[in-house]
Structure formats: C-alpha cells, structure tokens
Design a protein around this ligand. Structure first.
Ligand code: 13P
Length: 340
C-alpha cells in the first residue's frame, strides 16, 4: 500500500517556498569530467573532499531543501566520520538518490537512447530507504536532431520513468521524474518547445497509465531554450513565457512542484530564467531549481582541489544558492551578483 500522506509531505518539503534542490549525483564518468576541468584526479578522497566542501557550507539549508546523491556518496562518511546522509539530515536537508543506470542506445533508432536501471530496482530502493533516502531521481535523455526524437524514443523513456516512479512510491520514496530535452544542437526555440511539449505529454500519459500518485512526485524538466548552436538566441522573457506555456499545457496542477535542471546554461542565466518564470505568477505548482552545474560550477572553479580555497568556494556556493532562492519568488536581480 502506498503511503500517500508521507509522499506528499516529502514532495511539498522538497519544493518549500524559497528552497530548491542541489543535484550532486554525478556518476563516476561525470565527476571525472568535472574534476578534469580543474585538473584534479577523481579518486575517493577528492570526491569526498569536494562533496564535504559543498555540504558543510554554513547556511545552505536556508535555500536548499534536498540534495541528490550518487550511490557512492550516500555511503560516504565526512572526514569526522558522520555519514553524508546524516550530516545533511542534521541540517534539515533531505538526502535523495540517483537510481538510474544511465542511457544506452536504442536498437534500430540511431542517435536515440533509453535509460536503464529497472532490473532489481525494488530491492535497491528498499536499501536506499534504510540508508535515509527520502526521494530519488531518474533521468531520461531526449536529443533533438534530424528526424529525432521519434515517438518510439519518447514512449520507451516515458514507460521507464513511470515504472521507476511507481516503484519509488511503493517504497515510500518520492520520485523526481526527469525527462531532459538536451540543449545540444542548432535547433530553434520553436522546435525545443514542440519537442518538450510532446515529451511531457507522453510522460504524463504513462504516469497516468501506471497509476503514479501525482501529488507525491516532482517533475524535473529542461527549460525551453534554443539549441546551444542555434544562430537565433532567445531573451529571458521568451524562455520564461514559452517554458511556462509548455508546462501549463502538459503538467497537471496536482503535481506539487517543478524543479528545473540547468542543462549547461550559465549559472546566471539559469537563475535569471527561474526568476522570470516566478515573476509571471501565480503558477499552478511551485517552480524551483534542481541544478547541478548552475549551482556548483563557480564553486568548483574556486575550490580547485585546494583545502586552502574551501572558505572562498563555500562563499560562492552559498551566494549561488541564495540567488536561486530569491528567484523562487521573482525577487532576484543583477545587483545581487554585483554585491557579491
Ligand atoms: P544540470 O543542472 O547540470 O543540468 O544537472 C542536473 C541534473 O541532475 C542532471 O540530471
């Protein structure tokens, strides 16, 4: 029996006013790429030191409701021996867990992928719950290109997202449902809008067919933006208007919150876009952030793997979290950046 009350309470807490989610669930391959960019090795000690720098930043609980962790990180202990999950809970921040196993090619559909990780998921979720996870994440990846995405790709990914979401709810874990439409490519914003709308329609149809409790889930979509190589850029208002229009057409008001991924946008753009959307309110759902790069990149660059830089990196991380917290109510402005 699904405990709908527990799910709803956690989901609401994840998108509480002024708060959003830190995605710190980089897989081994992704964290290696991030560390390559600052020329440090991705080993267990460096991964612990980096995550400890983020999680021990004073005051982040003012802006961060939950942190998505990778399997290794959920099992890691801080240097004083406190497990990260406990360290976060102690600050009133909910630990979450990435449970998908990443994308693989779809046979007969060149250029398209489906996310794996359903086999054995029921048992894994049971263990994650015991380790303290309150919510989970599964990311589906949709590419825009010549003749893609196909309906088959959207359908396969939506089926897996809904299977995952139903299994999470059975285990008393709130699912973050993440269908990411990639920024890569030279497509227009109109095309991004069309693909995002179609993706969300197919996703919510599957969530309905598999009886997922909408009040006990969070949607993590991409914003509607032109491809990163598109010759035609879009201004902040256009991104905000198109994204909200797309979501209003596809996301039931029963869903408590929408927490965006940043997808390779710059840290400031991701904040500005979120701010512009909230300034368009009132909206049917809470609209917040679940950023990885847009919250972490400036701090990662300041840290560079040097213990002497921890204070400076934490200041920058705290500032980004604060700016995004302000964007939750449409009260962010450029002066906040200058002041820092
Ligand atoms: P970005 O904000 O860097 O896109 O990452 C969010 C995320 O969790 C991707 O799955």
């Amino acid at each position: 029996m699904v405990n709908t009350q527990e799910l709803e309470t956690v989901a609401r807490g994840m998108v509480a006013k002024g708060k959003g989610i830190l995605a710190a669930d980089e897989s081994m391959g992704t964290i290696k790429r991030r560390f390559d960019s600052i020329k440090i090795e991705s080993n267990e000690d460096n991964r612990r030191a980096y995550r400890e720098m983020l999680f021990t930043t004073k005051g982040i609980e003012e802006s961060i409701s939950g942190v998505i962790l990778f399997d290794e990180t959920l099992r890691t202990k801080a240097s004083d021996g406190t497990p990260f999950a406990q360290l976060l809970s102690g600050k009133g921040i909910m630990p979450g867990i990435k449970v998908d196993k990443g994308p693989v090619d779809i046979p007969n559909f060149p250029g398209e992928v489906v996310t794996e990780g359903l086999d054995g998921l029921r048992a894994r979720l049971k263990e994650y719950k015991e380790l303290g996870a309150k919510f989970a994440k599964w990311r589906a990846v949709i590419s825009i290109g010549d003749g893609i995405p196909t309906y088959t790709c959207l359908e396969l990914n939506a089926e897996a997202l809904a299977r995952y979401a139903a299994l999470c709810q059975e285990a008393g874990i709130v699912p973050i449902v993440e269908p990411e439409v990639l920024l890569d490519g030279s497509h227009t914003i109109e095309r991004a809008h069309e693909v995002t709308e179609h993706t969300l329609k197919v996703t919510f149809t599957q969530l309905f067919l598999q009886r997922v409790y909408l009040e006990g889930m969070i949607l993590k979509p991409s914003m509607v933006v032109p491809g990163k190589d598109s010759p035609k850029k879009a201004n902040v208002e256009e991104v905000a208007e198109r994204t909200i229009r797309c979501l209003k057409r596809t996301v039931p008001a029963a869903v408590p919150g929408i927490a965006f991924l940043s997808g390779g946008q710059s840290a400031e753009s991701a904040t500005e876009h979120l701010n512009a959307m909230n300034a368009m309110g009132p909206l049917p759902w809470e609209v917040t952030f679940s950023y990885a790069r847009a919250l972490q990149d400036p701090a990662l660059k300041a840290w560079k793997g040097d213990p002497g830089n921890i204070g400076a990196a934490q200041k920058i991380f705290y500032h980004r979290a604060k700016c995004n917290s302000a964007a939750r109510s449409g009260s962010y402005n450029k002066q906040m950046e200058a002041a820092a």
